[in-house]
Write a protein that binds this ligand. Structure first.
Ligand code: FMN
Length: 311
């Protein structure tokens, strides 16, 4: 299916997640028929600097989107040039979409005037969209939240404004997490606001927020696609589940641990990623609390394997 110019396998997409969107995890989700995935947010300033330490962060072994976080048109332009020229970072040939993060709620980002902080700066957002469209031949998308806080949402409805600008500037699709930055990751997801956006702005739309099963997914039926974050960390097979496949949860989670470790070894995934993913997969498995706790103290892959022997 298509989201603007981007072809995705199906409408069930994996959300970008800082520290969790490594290629091994993305590969695992694609095994379970995830339609599209994206890197975690990558700061343009660091991307341009091309530090050795950034090579690992920019983990592009799996085909999909590359998400930038920035407030600088010149940095964004230079970052896109690096992508176009396939400079320095391995796997840039796998990038099929450039996304811009307009939703990160962390104070660290917002204090630097990035992420959700841009939701009340429509002029700057328009300039950033223009750069993406002009300099990239790949598909381009934006991931937003509804607003900075509830007052901003009610008074200004920035989600409508940003979506309208995205449409006018030729952005292929937008992804909307139905919360304000102030809500961080909890509290009600305002599906009605996303619905309002779908009725008022004609742009391919991906709905996001608390999709954990078929019922919660059905709330987003009016969207062209849905994006799933935290549930995929616990159950990477959520994509297949939503497409009608049945699983024994516990058995499948154990399979995920094994398969993830195999991919992580193949793709040279960083140890911290391996540790936190393993812990996330184990949540919900009977008797796993002790193992999860023990994993916290591991320092090597061998330590992790030793802990998992108790599974
Ligand atoms: C640990 C974590 C890291 C995240 N990192 C990013 C990120 O790098 N870029 C981004 O656009 N959103 C990020 N998000 C937000 C998710 O993409 C998603 O919008 C949010 O978790 C809501 O979806 P969910 O309820 O399915 O998890 C992150 C969320 C979590 C929990």
């Amino acid at each position: 299916m298509k989201l603007g110019s981007l072809t995705v396998k199906n409408k069930f997409l994996l959300a970008p997640m800082d520290m969790y969107a490594d290629s091994a995890f993305r590969k695992l989700c694609h095994d379970y028929n995830c339609g599209y995935s994206c890197t975690e947010l990558i700061a343009t300033a660091g991307f341009i600097r091309k530090n050795e330490s950034f090579r690992r962060k920019v983990d592009l072994h799996v085909k999909g989107g590359l998400q930038f976080v920035t407030n600088s048109t010149s940095e964004l332009k230079e970052s896109i040039r690096i992508v176009n020229e396939k400079e320095f970072y391995a796997g840039l040939g796998n990038v099929n979409c450039i996304d811009i993060n307009l939703g990160c709620p962390s104070l660290k980002m917002m204090n630097q005037n990035m992420g959700s902080a841009l939701l009340n700066q429509p002029k700057l957002v328009r300039s950033l969209f223009k750069v993406m469209k002009k300099h990239s031949s790949l598909s381009v998308s934006a991931k937003i939240r509804l607003a900075i806080n509830s007052k901003h949402k009610k008074q200004s409805k920035p989600y409508l404004k940003i979506a309208q600008i995205a449409k006018e500037e030729g952005i292929d699709f937008i992804i909307v997490h139905g919360r304000t930055a102030g809500q961080m990751y909890s509290g009600e997801v305002d599906v009605e606001a996303i619905k309002e956006l779908s009725e008022k702005v004609d742009i391919p739309l991906v709905g996001n927020g608390n999709i954990i099963d078929e019922e919660s997914c059905n709330n987003f039926e009016f969207c062209d696609a849905v994006m799933i974050g935290r549930e995929a960390l616990k159950r990477p097979f959520i994509f297949s589940l939503l497409q009608g496949k049945k699983f024994d949860d516990e058995k499948e989670k154990k399979k995920c641990v094994k398969q993830y470790l195999k991919y992580a070894k193949e793709l040279d995934t960083g140890f911290q990623h391996i540790k936190i993913h393993t812990q996330a997969f184990l949540r919900g498995i009977e008797g796993s609390k002790e193992i999860i706790r023990a994993l916290t103290h591991t320092k090597t892959l061998e330590d992790i394997k030793e802990c998992l022997k108790q599974l």
